[in-house]
Design a binder for this molecule. Structure first.
Ligand code: PHB
Length: 395
């Protein structure tokens, strides 16, 4: 049987950052990933990094390409009532910038750097199962390259996403689940078209939310609010462009560049948290433990934040036997998780068109406008938005 110190399930941002940070402390790990390297390096996700995420990656030597190719940002464009309102979040939060850089590019960087450093990542690891999580030597069984394998560890890090095996490996009754489905969905597209904006646009229109997000000088990302149970077959390309044109329009003649759509899908708007984020020697991180709706692009940032907390706690344990960080892991992470849940939920309700069947919907739509006006015009409200959006330092 093979042995390592930390068995990491999942080569997403949480698992890969954890493997890198552990290696800096001389702690061995093996990362087991269900999909192929090519698949995870292409999978489209959000692309907006908080200031503290960028700083973490940069300070650990993981951000060289990200800093070269990513685009620094200092504000966002909030549109409602046909007018634009710029929120200068960098000025409102101590000069901290954000970075536009696609998640799959970061994953590709983290994989390449990990392998170059001699790190062990097993791709296409099938039938992963966790055993003995409440013992001092948990084991992971899996199949790879056509053979059954077993890995004995000191700890298991469950970084395998919402649909992964880690969370369901915890016995029934241990975890408390908090969940909410928002009554909207997002149609997301990638288009081979230069951006029509310098800054990310969030637009509320009577026909629903529209977002113009950024990728590169040739590729742009867009989102459109749709029904919670909508299907992509309802969204032919010409309907998508028509809705984007209508919903993003301003009364000062702004125009949208259009081009070929290279990818489209529907994202559900789900909020989900488990407590605690730990069972025995299994520590759960990222989407395996919590989901936020895509509004505000917090998912990857939160996953990397969990990895940072877990790496520090494991380093203390290996260096001095100090288990206080591990004991506090769940509580420490959950403070930020709930801050981000609240922000993502708040922002979601602020920028989506409320469904007609919501109780008191006429009243709530007026409240929503009052909220948008407040965020757009008050420095205090803008600063509150800014610290959450840019990535709050202390929770
Ligand atoms: C994205 O880059 O896909 C993105 C950016 C900002 C958001 C959501 C998604 O609020």
């Amino acid at each position: 049987m093979a042995r390592t110190q930390v068995g990491i399930v999942g080569a997403g941002p949480a698992g890969l950052v954890l493997a890198h940070l552990l290696a800096e402390h001389g702690i061995q790990s093996v990362v087991l990933e269900k999909y192929s390297r090519a698949y995870i390096e292409k999978r489209v996700r959000a692309g907006l990094l908080e200031h503290r995420t960028v700083e973490l990656l940069r300070s650990h030597g993981l951000g060289e390409r990200m800093l070269r190719e990513g685009l620094a940002h200092r504000g966002t464009d909030l549109r409602f009532g046909g007018a634009r309102h710029r929120i200068p979040y960098t000025d409102l939060y101590g000069g901290r910038e954000m970075l536009v850089y696609a998640q799959q590019e970061l994953v590709a960087d983290l994989v390449r750097l990990r392998l170059a450093a001699g790190g062990d990542i097993v791709f296409e690891a099938e039938e992963v199962a966790l055993h003995g999580l409440d013992s001092e030597s948990p084991r992971i069984t899996y199949r790879a390259a056509g053979e059954a394998r077993e890995l004995e560890c000191d700890f298991v890090a469950g970084c395998d996403g919402f649909h992964g095996v880690s969370r369901p490996s915890v016995p029934a009754g241990v975890l408390t689940t908090y969940e909410q489905r928002l009554p909207f969905g997002w149609v997301g597209i990638l288009a081979a078209v230069p951006p029509s904006t310098h800054e990310i646009i969030y637009a509320l229109h009577a026909r629903g939310f529209a977002g113009h997000m950024l990728r590169t000088s040739e590729i742009s990302r867009f989102y459109l609010q749709c029904d919670a149970d909508d299907v992509i077959e309802n969204w032919p390309d010409d309907r998508i462009w028509e809705e984007l044109r209508t919903r993003l329009a301003t009364n000062d003649g702004w125009t949208l560049k259009e081009g070929p759509i290279i990818e489209k899908n529907i994202t559900e708007m789900r909020s989900f948290v488990i407590e605690p984020m730990r069972y025995g020697r299994l520590y759960i991180a990222g989407d395996a433990a919590h989901i936020v709706p895509p509004t505000g692009a917090k998912g990857m940032n939160l996953a990397i934040s969990d990895a940072r907390v877990l790496a520090a706690a494991l380093a203390d344990w290996y260096q001095s036997g100090d288990d206080s960080g591990l004991e506090a892991y769940s509580e420490t992470c959950l403070r930020r998780v709930w801050r981000v849940q609240e922000f993502s939920n708040w922002m979601s309700w602020m920028i989506h068109c409320l469904p007609d069947d919501l109780p008191d919907v006429a009243y709530r739509r007026r409240l929503q406008l009052a909220q948008l006006e407040y965020v757009a015009r008050s420095a205090a409200a803008g600063a509150s938005f800014a610290e959450n959006y840019v990535g709050i330092e202390d929770v």
